[in-house]
Design a protein around this ligand. Structure first.
Ligand code: ZN
Length: 436
């Protein structure tokens, strides 16, 4: 058994790992012994850290109800229907080798709590709580008549999103999220692709509002994230002290990449948007829908973006970011994004983005870190025992961790399982074992 430790290109050959409780106790090329230990023989496989998906929306998979209107459709669902769908979406991860996810708004701490105490099964969850958004911004999900009367939308009432205008309101909304169990906070600082009303170039989040979020999170020892595509929305966020840029796909000026690098900030790009296949997508590629022109514009920026990201060596982590899709559609997009990452940044960087680099960004949650005992995303002494076994060498071939060659040309995985990952351990507990 060889080990990819999440960091180094060179595998640790013919090595052993000793797990005690929920932590890794030892990693060694020499034989390891412990009284009453259960032996698992990895054979010729590669052992590596459990994968991390740094941008998910567990509570925004509004499918399975016959409702295809995404957020608008979700306004018609009861709370337990939404919660049930959130739990169903959480079931995608462990069988695919993903032991940790970071939820970028829409989810409160209920699911996290019950997975942690063992009532439910699923990955570790880091979460930002409700989406903090300006009125008319990317998280404004009111539809008439609420938008005209100024009332809260149903989903705001349930805590999926929260509208805040002005510094004091953002301070309050950010603190509300922290009080509700958020580990960090996310705000919308620019327009989005899927939303119908906020143009990509709209500026959301005044300097005062961004600073208020950064103040609230900084005072609690954690960090802030933003949804941002354009140079100006990214630059505004970096100037305010935000360290996690979600998407950033329209960054085009070298100055923006330089600012991200100098601030030691992170970008979690939506890599599917840069794939030529995206315009064959039934939603993003449908010229009659508002998302089409936005998607086409983002897609055109792909080549230049990847070049600048490589040149400035900005910190990046892997995120699948899909919402309101069926499980097979989610798998198709996510699996293809691994390939797209590999093509753009190489296999080693891709694997780091899904393990050790992702772990570094998670650790910025500091004293709010829900899993503070050990590191996540690495195989080393003292790290959490989040471990997978892979048939083959992922540094040579990303398909062994689920990468598929095309988004629509290949059939989606029929189940949540990535079958070339026969063994999944999270927090020292075995969640999948198909080794014979
Ligand atoms: Zn998102």
């Amino acid at each position: 058994m060889n080990i990819f430790d999440g960091v180094k290109e060179a595998l640790i050959e013919n090595a052993n790992v000793l797990v005690e409780g929920n932590l890794i106790r030892a990693v060694s090329a020499a034989p390891l012994a412990a009284a009453n230990a259960v032996m698992i023989d990895g054979g010729g496989r590669t052992l590596m850290p459990g994968l991390i998906d740094m941008h998910v929306h567990l509570n925004m998979q509004f499918v399975g109800s016959g409702n295809d209107r995404a957020i608008q459709g979700a306004q018609l669902m009861t709370w337990e229907e939404l919660g049930g769908l959130a739990y169903a979406s959480a079931q995608e991860y462990l069988p695919a080798g993903v032991t940790t996810v970071r939820d970028l708004c829409g989810t409160s701490s209920g699911l996290q709590k019950h997975i942690d105490i063992g009532t439910l099964t699923g990955p570790r969850i880091y979460l930002s709580g409700a989406c903090v958004s300006a009125s008319s911004g990317h998280g404004d999900w009111r539809w008439n008549p609420t938008v005209l009367s100024g009332e809260k939308s149903y989903l705001e009432g349930l805590g999926l999103t929260t509208l805040a205008d002005g510094g004091d309101a953002v301070l309050k909304a950010s603190r509300n999220n922290l009080a509700g169990g958020a580990d960090f906070v996310k705000m919308m600082s620019g327009g989005g692709v899927t939303s119908e009303r906020d143009p990509l170039d709209s500026i959301q989040g005044t300097p005062e509002e961004l600073a208020a979020m950064v103040k609230a999170t900084g005072d609690f020892g954690t960090y802030s994230a933003v949804h941002a595509y354009t140079d100006i929305s990214v630059q505004n966020a970096i100037r305010a002290g935000v360290v996690s840029i979600e998407h950033g796909n329209l960054m085009s000026e070298p100055e923006t990449f330089k600012m991200v690098a100098e601030a030691d900030a992170w970008v979690v790009p939506a890599m599917a948007a840069f794939a030529p296949d995206i315009l064959e997508h039934p939603y993003y590629g449908n010229p009659t829908l508002p998302a089409y022109a936005k998607t086409a514009r983002v897609n055109k920026n792909g080549e230049a973006w990847i070049k600048l990201a490589n040149e400035y060596r900005i910190n990046m982590a892997f995120g699948s970011d899909s919402l309101a899709v069926t499980p097979p559609a989610w798998r198709q997009t996510r699996d293809f994004q691994i390939t797209q990452w590999g093509r753009s940044f190489g296999n080693l960087r891709t694997l780091q983005a899904m393990t050790s680099d992702a772990g570094k960004l998670l650790a910025l949650s500091g004293i709010m870190n829900p899993y503070p005992e050990g590191k996540i995303g690495v195989i080393e002494e003292g790290a959490y025992a989040d471990i997978i076994l892979v048939d083959g060498d992922p540094l040579e071939d990303l398909s062994v961790i689920g990468a598929s060659e095309s988004m629509f040309g290949s059939a989606p995985r029929p189940t949540s399982s990535v079958d070339t990952i026969p063994f999944v351990m999270k927090n020292g507990e075995i969640h999948k074992n198909t080794l014979n």
